[in-house]
Design a protein around this ligand. Structure first.
Ligand code: SF4
Ligand code: SF4
Length: 118
């Protein structure tokens, strides 16, 4: 299984990190050297620019999660990186919890799965 996060849309909510039963995701500071260390294609890697539509939707939401914070602190903030995609069992928990709708999973047959926020 290949798993990656579109970093331009990731709010840093950490829902994926919290629900994944096999620890595919690691939260990293936006300035970390290895923030693009999953297999996201170049246009989905972090280059300092947040998708404006996702930013407008989540910037003022107060739900106990930090949105678009540079650092991962107190359970949210930073960016999610799929550091362990090989372990994915396609339970789909992250796909329904990802508020940025920015997770892609590709199985061994080449089928793609995308997150759609519930
Ligand atoms: S679908 Fe894969 S990456 Fe997502 S929560 Fe389940 S095991 Fe983790
Ligand atoms: S659930 Fe989606 S938006 Fe939230 S940290 Fe994970 S990848 Fe980013």
């Amino acid at each position: 299984m290949k798993v990656w996060v579109d970093k331009t849309k990731c709010t840093g909510c950490a829902h994926c990190h919290d629900v994944c039963p096999v620890a595919v995701f690691e939260m990293k500071d936006r300035t970390a050297n290895d923030v693009n260390s999953d297999v996201a294609p170049p246009e989905q890697q972090w280059n300092g620019k947040i998708n404006p539509e996702v930013y407008a939707k989540w910037k003022d939401v107060q739900d106990g999660h930090r949105h678009f914070a540079d650092k991962y602190e107190n359970g949210s903030g930073g960016l999610s990186v799929a550091v362990n995609g090989e372990a994915c069992i396609l339970c789909q928990a992250c796909l329904i919890e990802c508020e940025g709708e920015c997770i892609t999973i590709v199985d061994d047959t080449g089928s793609e799965y995308h997150s759609i926020y519930k």
